[in-house]
Design a protein around this ligand. Sequence first.
Ligand SMILES: Nc1ncnc2c1ncn2[C@@H]1O[C@H](COP(=O)(O)OP(=O)(O)O)[C@@H](O)[C@H]1O
Ligand SMILES: [Mg+2]
Length: 467
Amino acid sequence: MVNRDNLLGNNVEIKKFTLNNIGRFEHIEVSLAPSENSQSNVTVFVGNNGAGKTSLLKSLATSLSWFVSRIRSEKGNGSPIPELVIHNSKPSAAVDIEVFDKQIQVESSDEEKTDAIFYWTIAKVRKGRKGQHTTQLSDVTVLANHYRQLLSENDSARLPLIAFYPVERSVLDIPLKIRDKHSFLQLDGYDNSLNQGVDFRRFFEWFRDREDSENESGIPPEIYDSLVAILGKDHDVWESLGKMGASPRDRQLTAVRSAISHFMPGFSNLRVRRKPRLHMSIDKQGETFNVAQLSQGEKSLIALVGDIARRLAMMNPELENPLHGDGIVLIDEVDMHLHPKWQRCLIKQFTSTFPNCQFVLTTHSPLVISDSKDILAYLLDDGELKSLPSLFGLDANSVLLDVMDTDIRNAEIDTALKDLLDAIQEADLSRARVQLSSLEASLPSNNFELTKARLLLRKQELRCEKN
Ligand SMILES: Nc1ncnc2c1ncn2[C@@H]1O[C@H](COP(=O)(O)OP(=O)(O)O)[C@@H](O)[C@H]1O
Ligand SMILES: [Mg+2]
């Protein structure tokens, strides 16, 4: 069978947004990838504490909440801008957004069709004040109408995932009991998607529900595995069984499991277990663990990736691979709790696992962007936005060096680090590597200076290879 899913592409995309009097910003305009200069679906904001990263994402979430609520019902209301967020001393604030949708075409002047662009504004005026901003919602209503129309024509039409994962995203909150009655409709994929992000309770319930139906309609996995061993995967019997609806695995569960294995190599077979008491277990390199036993980083990645995958699966019931559903995903401090090794490949994992989602991410860690080309990276420094060169390189590194905080360290280490940087600068790669590994032995692997040095060394290595 030809897999057409990956030909679908992303439909809804934020082109740009503007904050007026929000948090520390009086006025800031931000364009997002994909754009002319960066073809990827990923925009990353790097910056120190207080730079304004969270304000950007929360504003986007506020703005998008109106889109989601109007898909859910015609006159639905999203979230308001909280009064605390209005820039001190200003009477009003507003978030403007520009979104386009490839499914909706309009005729431009020369009779060509172009993608329709939708603009809307959410404004908030302080109590008892007169502000200069007003809310404008007509475009978002039209855009949402389009999706309600699609759903009216086809019960299982695809919906865009819209989700925001704030820093306080809850991790693995496992219910002791689960409700018996469930409804998991497509639209329920939006439940809590913009206020709490990870909804592990719902994940758990949904997972169990799908597992039950997998067990009822399917071939038990052990039998499936032994049959595959005997007959091979290409045998005709699989097609006939597929026609009878007897798939060995539930497609949506498979999607979630494979997303997790993709992000965390060595992890497989996530499942719900009822004994000795209700829990979720997963195999890690052949050993079975209760997910509650995993490290904080492992838990948070399972929770995050599982949540995105579950929502996509719910919203795209007809896709052969639900992970190819489209949408917009905002993640604050994407590196939170993660080992540097995982941080480095995060972006690649996101874009390969969820190829049709637009990602807007923030991070403290330059590691997150160190290995990614083509992404749009911004440095947010003291409320000012600088775009980093699209091919991550020395310029970007030196910007990062200037801006990111320096760790407190002792003089000996300081000298060693200086020597390392000199060696890199002089392209004395072998000296640099020796110096780096000796520093790696005495500093924690996520040490900031080391991270920066690794980046610089890598860049220098690439340069030398080129010459
Ligand atoms: N209403 C406001 N008016 C002016 N500045 C604000 C307001 N609210 C927050 N800030 C500033 O914004 C900063 C927080 O921005 P935030 O987006 O949370 O940064 P980050 O996520 O990059 O750490 C605070 O340190 C504060 O200085
Ligand atoms: Mg923040």
